[in-house]
Design a protein around this ligand. Structure first.
Ligand SMILES: C[S@@+](CC[C@H](N)C(=O)[O-])C[C@H]1O[C@@H](n2cnc3c(N)ncnc32)[C@H](O)[C@@H]1O
Length: 371
């Protein structure tokens, strides 16, 4: 017991209240492994290490449920957590420094009698989607091995691979020389330390000469690009082979087939209006499309992944890692979630979707474009 710290001492050292530590214990986020003879909570070195991770993510603004998923992930050890925290903190520091510089500039301009334009005032918050949702991403987004196998097979014998819109690198093959491209600093900061080198750039302007890579890949990213067709043409320019995992937005029949968009979130159709058709995307890379069926237990938590596990969509951190929910807005999201919750408890969802239970895979409009 001598090597344990009492709850009061831990609270003092970490500058948090004893009440906070009791709460973390009650919700099983950090459970002290022992009690003193007088019944006080006592923390071992391992408990303290876990608490440090929890407090680190908390400082960065993560919610307690998200943090629980992060610290319970068996694939992330203490060193990986430290590396990730370090990356995120450096990112936060850089953003703070950039905001201070922008504010100084505006103060100076005001002294000179110059007013800053409204657009420039907002620029200091860098309000891009992935800068705001990126920190929730690793909680549920990871490699789905069956989809990874399809992508890697399509890469053929490519030795050098460019991964565009790479995010945290979920689908990067480890047996080839990969270069990643990712415009969001938050996403770059969350790449594991051993991940491939990552360049800060956008698909539409790849900073590489023609034919620099054997292959270029892009996974679940094309619909985030301001100009998808220009980005795809860039991939074609810099690589001999192109592999893209994406969604068929032209054939809206999928909206009717997927119960989530059909019965709860018809607003998804509105997002598709701006997306290029599959035919135009295939044309941009001079390739063809192959269907990708989604397994019922898909490990990567993208929008369609939980088609046979409807309860998952009630979980806030499942939704926060998928941009669709942020894009449709909080009202549509709340209505969809409330409706689904009611239908699950009344048995209406099960009545309507009886056929799904017998399926192991579903065709929901996901496609692999290969050139
Ligand atoms: C849903 S994530 C997918 C990440 C990764 N490919 C994966 O499968 O896990 C979409 C990614 O596209 C990136 N992105 C957004 N706009 C982009 C652009 N114009 N060029 C390249 N990537 C972009 C986002 O920052 C984000 O990391």
């Amino acid at each position: 017991m001598e090597d344990h710290l009492t709850v009061g001492r831990v609270a003092e050292l970490a500058d948090v209240s004893v009440r906070t530590l009791h709460h973390y214990d009650e919700i099983s986020l950090v459970k002290p492994s022992a009690r003193t003879a007088t019944g006080y909570r006592a923390y071992s070195a391992a408990d303290v290490e876990r608490l440090r991770e929890v407090l680190g993510y908390r400082r960065l603004g993560f919610g307690l449920r998200e943090i629980a998923t992060l610290v319970d992930d068996p694939a992330t050890d203490a060193v990986a957590h430290l590396r990730r925290l370090r990356g995120l903190l450096r990112e936060q520091r850089d953003r703070t420094a950039a905001m201070v510089a922008a504010i100084d500039k505006e103060l100076e301009s005001r002294v000179m009698g110059v007013r800053t334009a409204p657009e420039d005032q907002l620029k200091i918050f860098g309000a891009q989607l992935y800068e705001s949702i990126g920190s929730a991403y690793p909680a549920t987004r990871r490699t789905e091995p069956r989809i990874a196998a399809r992508i890697w097979e399509a890469l053929g014998d490519a030795r050098t691979v460019l991964n565009v819109g790479a995010g945290t690198g979920s689908y990067e093959p480890t047996d080839r020389k990969v270069t990643a491209v990712e415009p969001s600093a938050i996403m770059r900061a969350q790449r594991p330390a051993e991940a491939a080198p990552c360049v800060a750039a956008s698909a539409e302007q790849l900073p590489f000469p023609d034919r620099s890579f054997d292959a270029a890949m892009a996974v679940s990213t094309v619909h985030h690009w301001p100009d998808p067709l220009a980005g795809l043409r860039e991939m074609r320019r810099v690589a001999r082979r192109v592999v893209v995992f994406t969604y068929d937005a032209g054939t809206t029949g999928w909206l009717e087939r997927f119960w989530l968009t059909r019965d709860y979130l018809p607003e998804f159709a509105g997002l598709l209006a701006d997306w290029p058709s599959l035919a135009d995307m295939a044309c941009a890379i001079e390739g063809h499309a192959e269907p990708v069926l989604i397994p019922w237990d898909c490990a990567d938590g993208f929008f369609e992944a939980h088609w046979r596990r409807p309860e998952a969509y009630l979980d806030e951190h499942v939704r926060r890692a998928v941009s669709v929910w942020t894009r449709v807005g909080p009202q549509a999201e709340q209505r969809a979630v409330d409706g689904l919750r009611d239908d699950l408890s009344s048995g209406r969802w099960a009545d309507r979707n009886r056929d799904l239970i017998a399926l192991d895979t579903a065709e929901l409009g996901l496609r692999l474009l290969v050139a």
